[in-house]
Design a protein around this ligand. Structure first.
Ligand code: ACO
Length: 510
């Protein structure tokens, strides 16, 4: 389905529609950081950063972004949604320093009649008045035809009358939203072709919503129909079921349409993680391109095929997106999966040892236990009954306290390379106190580096267990390396401590 390299303009609306995700609110410095990442790292063509009039915080955020963008010569790429409200939205936008308004007009007759309670020509005159005032302020105007998809179904003559009149003004882009996410790809093609036929020289953006899980398909249908501008958000954030996620749209445009965008796809994963953290909306593990699991092969047969001739790789090579392929360990791992993980650790095993280790991993998988790459040396040393893992670090004893109204305390005694050290610390929680005491030993007593904890996930093992085990998986960064260790125990703090001692033995090997 590849055609001749269409150039597609991407407008990212994470900071406007994305913030309309229930529970999401970005503070000004987060908005500025995301705008910078979108424009400078990902290189999207335009960003919509807020709706006008919303709040003082939004005003400050837009002003900060515009001040920064003006210094970088990017101001024309920053847009704010405004309303058909005379001078009010435009004055707000002008005061922030922003130079582009995305004017929210009614794209269906019923919105015009029932929400604004205006006749179509009255609404058109109001829009023209806003456009005239924008011209006076030297602010560029794009218009949203809100609820355009219903407009095309129920009142196409209204839609055409609106555009026939407005295209005679200075409006630059007509932005066509499927506001309620009601279209399917065939309808998108039908409606877009009508638009392109009637207005061949007009620039249209398409804005999808994901209510039927069709946002990405609809965006592609729009491209097939000749649309040159698309709206996306990071991680598909947005009102209700969200918008089309930039990462998926970019990958499909490139791989299926041979389309040209300005996006630097190697930054997609990192930017997604920042937005995940600022929005508090977790990325599902199976979300294409950016989900934790999507570059992990689980079945042994797949790893075997990859070993022989990368038979299970498609165009979505993880390296394109700054990620690496992984091979999961569990009951469906064959020897090939295990070999891939051993290679990464720089380890090698003979056939008989390999058989024993494979058996043990399958046995653990059968009990629903998660096995990480970093667990492998322990499993090997346990199964082969030799000291494959040095275990240079041994926790000898520890004591943690938790008392209402007092800070938690930890005291520990630990053997490192045959030498015993003791230390105490308070902390914000029991585990925090434990890690602070450990850090004192490593940093102050031994003068050594201590890894940074970058994620801490507690769960009961998948599927739930009757023996109430808690699993703690900690992600560490140590110099260039990022790795995970796992602890399993009936007690959450104890599970985290087990994961930490594993980590200390791993860094001994680096
Ligand atoms: C497709 C989209 O996602 S559009 C998203 C638009 N962005 C937002 O809504 C941002 C968040 N909204 C807000 O903060 C507030 O709603 C504000 C500041 C915009 C307005 O707040 P309020 O004055 O309290 O009004 P309220 O929230 O009840 O909005 C409804 C009013 O907007 C009017 N309105 C609806 N659409 C438009 C429009 N395109 N242009 C002008 N006015 C409009 C309604 O007719 C109604 O007016 P009325 O009260 O005179 O009947």
């Amino acid at each position: 389905m590849k055609n001749n390299h269409p150039k597609i303009e991407i407008m990212d609306t994470t900071l406007r529609d994305g913030e309309q995700t229930s529970g999401v609110s970005f503070v000004p410095h987060e908005k500025l950081m995301i705008a910078r990442l979108l424009l400078e790292d990902l290189k999207v063509d335009r960003v919509e950063v807020a709706s006008a009039r919303v709040s003082e915080g939004e005003f400050n955020a837009v002003k900060m972004i515009c001040d920064w963008a003006a210094r970088r010569n990017l101001l024309q790429k920053v847009e704010v949604l405004g309303f058909v409200d005379g001078h009010t939205s435009l004055d707000w936008i002008h005061a922030t320093g922003c130079r582009v308004i995305n004017l929210l007009c009614k794209g269906s007759e019923k919105h015009c009649t029932y929400q604004l309670q205006k006749a179509p020509d009255e609404h058109i005159q109001d829009i023209i008045a806003v456009v005239d005032y924008a011209n006076e302020l030297d602010i560029e105007v794009n218009v949203y035809l809100e609820d355009w998809s219903n407009g095309m179904k129920d009142s196409p003559e209204y839609v055409f009358h609106l555009i026939d009149t407005l295209k005679e003004t200075t409006i630059k882009r007509f932005m066509l939203p499927d506001t309620l996410g009601i279209l399917n790809p065939l309808q998108v093609i039908e409606f877009m072709r009508k638009m392109k036929k009637r207005y061949p020289d007009t620039h249209f953006d398409f804005h999808a919503h994901n209510d039927y899980d069709l946002a990405v398909s609809n965006v592609l249908a729009a491209v097939l129909s000749g649309v040159k501008g698309l709206h996306t958000t990071i991680n598909g954030l947005g009102e209700r079921a969200g918008n089309a996620p930039l990462a998926s749209v970019q990958a499909i445009l490139k791989d299926h349409f041979n389309a040209i965008t300005a996006i630097d796809e190697s930054r997609l994963n990192d930017v997604s993680r920042v937005v995940e953290s600022y929005s508090g909306i977790l990325i599902p593990a199976n979300k294409p391109i950016v989900g934790e699991n999507v570059f992990t092969q689980v079945a042994g047969i797949h790893a075997d095929g990859d070993n022989k001739s990368n038979l299970y790789c498609n165009d979505l090579l993880p390296e394109r997106f700054g990620r690496v392929r992984e091979y999961a360990l569990g009951k469906t791992s064959g020897k090939a999966n295990i070999r891939k993980n051993l290679e990464r650790l720089g380890l090698d095993l003979d056939e008989e040892s390999m058989r024993k280790v494979t058996e043990r991993i399958i046995e653990l998988g059968d009990k629903k236990e998660l096995v990480t790459q970093e667990d492998l040396p322990y499993i090997i040393s346990d199964v082969l009954k030799h000291d494959g893992m040095n275990n240079k670090v041994k926790l000898k004893s520890y004591f943690v306290t938790l008392a209402h109204g007092l800070k938690p305390m930890a005291t520990l005694s630990i053997e490192i390379d045959g030498q015993v050290y003791e230390e105490s610390s308070s902390g914000d929680g029991q585990y925090d106190a434990f890690v602070r005491a450990l850090r004192k030993i490593y940093k102050l007593t031994l003068g050594r580096k201590f890894p940074m904890l970058i994620n801490y996930a507690v769960s009961i093992p998948p599927g739930g267990r009757t023996d109430a085990f808690v699993q703690t998986v900690i992600t560490w960064s140590f110099g260039e390396k990022v790795f995970r260790t796992r602890g399993l125990d009936a007690d959450q703090t104890e599970a985290a401590i087990k994961a930490t001692i594993k980590m200390l033995n791993i860094i001994e090997e680096y």
